[in-house]
Write a protein that binds this ligand. Structure first.
Ligand code: HEM
Ligand SMILES: *[C@@H]1O[C@H](CO)[C@@H](O)[C@H](O)[C@H]1NC(C)=O
Ligand SMILES: *[C@@H]1O[C@H](CO)[C@@H](O)[C@H](O)[C@H]1NC(C)=O
Ligand SMILES: *[C@@H]1O[C@H](CO)[C@@H](O)[C@H](O)[C@H]1NC(C)=O
Ligand SMILES: *[C@@H]1O[C@H](CO)[C@@H](O)[C@H](O)[C@H]1NC(C)=O
Ligand SMILES: *[C@@H]1O[C@H](CO)[C@@H](O)[C@H](O)[C@H]1NC(C)=O
Ligand SMILES: *[C@@H]1O[C@H](CO)[C@@H](O)[C@H](O)[C@H]1NC(C)=O
Length: 347
């Protein structure tokens, strides 16, 4: 926005000679705007812990690798925690706080309750990091590092994680109820929820590609299987072969908590099969399939491009994870470095 304004000012000067500011003061204006832009992007740094905790990335990665040995789903669960953290008050580990005093935990918000998991693994990672570097590494940064490790250990891209986030002193359960997209809302609503945190359509499509691994409970998609939107029929965009499989996994009388793989092709691998599935009408959630099946939507060509070119997906995914990780971090002296991710220090 600032850049746009600066360019507008320059163009405006050219077409209104004599009336506008002198060119040199405009240059000062543009330079100081650029400095502002650079500063706001430089809040986080990939070398933030280079002198205070040089091994933190390696340590987090080893802990995630260890956890994956007994739970092939944990990488998926960990990246989802980072997502649900960042969409509520920014990436500040607010999702990790338990109920206590004035804190109404985000863990009990609609998108997280009986669904978000991996909190015990975050605690294990934090204990390890605290023993090497006491009081130095935030829980918010641990979530960002664990997300990257989960993706790269599952066959996906690696990236250097910008660091230096601090942890919140509060949670926002109401925000978690309203800011995190649900699988039942349309592409328009989901796009506005991404846009509200500064993420664009390309980010939406690439980040949705995280549904290339992990599981979803029947209750998150069973509305598509029998009586979709009161029509008496299944969602017409569902592949009929896939529909039969899903109806077997989620019978009408069955438990809503039964799990299904989000990616039926390679359930635990991080690859671009998610986008191929969408082209085959095998998106599990309504919100997944809409990226491809919404006529005229700008998401369709992005799905096609990621489906035909895994490198393009990986590159875009890494950048979009950095974009998501940049949502309103607490930096400098705001917030704190929590010693226990579940509670505010001294409480
Ligand atoms: C675009 C809007 C999104 C919607 C509507 C959505 C919705 C969901 C739902 C309903 C589930 C299943 C939860 C359950 O049954 O317990 C799920 C799982 C998951 N989501 Fe999303 N999601 C979205 C975007 C994202 C993003 C941006 C990421 C990460 C970058 C992500 C990563 C995951 C992962 C990895 C799982 C599997 C978790 C596990 O197995 O524990 N999702 N999502
Ligand atoms: C960091 O890890 C390397 C090997 O991975 C080890 O040699 C070194 O002692 C570790 N440094 C610290 C400060 O833990
Ligand atoms: C958030 O949603 C949950 C689950 O639907 C509900 O129990 C809780 O009261 C809501 N919290 C707020 C603050 O709106
Ligand atoms: C989409 O957003 C509108 C406006 O905020 C809201 O009224 C509607 O209930 C949302 N739709 C769904 C399915 O959540
Ligand atoms: C489907 O749902 C609608 C609206 O809830 C209901 O009126 C209708 O009876 C249902 N149809 C079947 C076949 O269950
Ligand atoms: C349904 O999925 C199968 C792969 O399992 C695919 O071959 C077929 O083309 C899909 N049908 C439609 C209509 O997308
Ligand atoms: C695939 O995407 C990568 C990364 O954007 C690009 O460099 C490459 O040219 C693309 N390959 C094809 C065949 O389009």
């Amino acid at each position: 926005m600032l850049t746009c304004y600066a360019f507008w000012a320059l163009a405006h000067d050219q077409t209104n000679h004599g009336l506008a500011f002198p060119t040199d003061s405009l240059i000062v204006l543009v330079v100081s705007f650029s400095a502002l832009i650079i500063q706001s992007n430089a809040q986080l740094s990939t070398t933030f812990y280079a002198s205070t905790c040089p091994n933190v990335s390696t340590n987090v990665r080893s802990a995630v690798q260890q956890a994956l040995q007994s739970d092939s789903r944990i990488g998926a669960s960990l990246i989802r925690l980072h997502f649900h953290d960042c969409f509520v008050n920014g990436c500040d580990a607010s999702i990790l706080l338990d109920d206590s005093g004035s804190i109404q935990s985000e863990k009990n918000a609609a998108p997280n309750v009986n669904s978000a998991r991996g909190f015990d693994v975050v605690d294990t990672i934090k204990s390890g990091v605290e023993s090497s570097c006491p009081g130095v590494v935030s829980c918010a940064d641990i979530l960002a590092l664990a997300a990257e490790a989960s993706v790269s250990l599952s066959g996906g891209p690696s990236w250097n994680v910008p660091l230096g986030r601090r942890d919140s002193l509060n949670a926002n359960q109401a925000g978690a109820n309203t800011s995190i997209p649900t699988p039942f809302e349309g592409l328009t609503n989901i796009t506005s929820k991404f846009s509200a945190v500064g993420l664009n359509t390309n980010d939406l499509v690439s980040l949705s590609g995280a549904h290339t691994f992990g599981r979803a409970q029947c209750r998150t998609f069973s509305n598509r299987l029998y009586n979709f939107s009161g029509t008496g029929n299944p969602d017409p965009t569902l592949n009929s072969t896939y529909l039969v499989t899903l109806q077997q996994t989620c019978p009408q009388s069955g438990s809503g908590s039964t799990l299904s793989n989000l990616d039926p092709t390679t359930p635990d691998g991080f690859d671009n099969d998610y986008f191929k599935n969408l082209q085959n009408n095998q998106g599990l959630l309504q919100s997944d399939q809409e990226l491809f099946s919404t006529t005229g939507a700008s998401t369709v060509s992005i799905v096609n491009s990621f489906s035909s070119n895994q490198s393009a997906f990986f590159e875009s995914f890494a950048q979009s994870m950095i974009n998501m990780g940049n949502i309103s971090p607490l930096t400098g002296t705001s917030g704190e470095i929590r010693l226990d991710c579940k509670k505010v220090n001294g409480s």
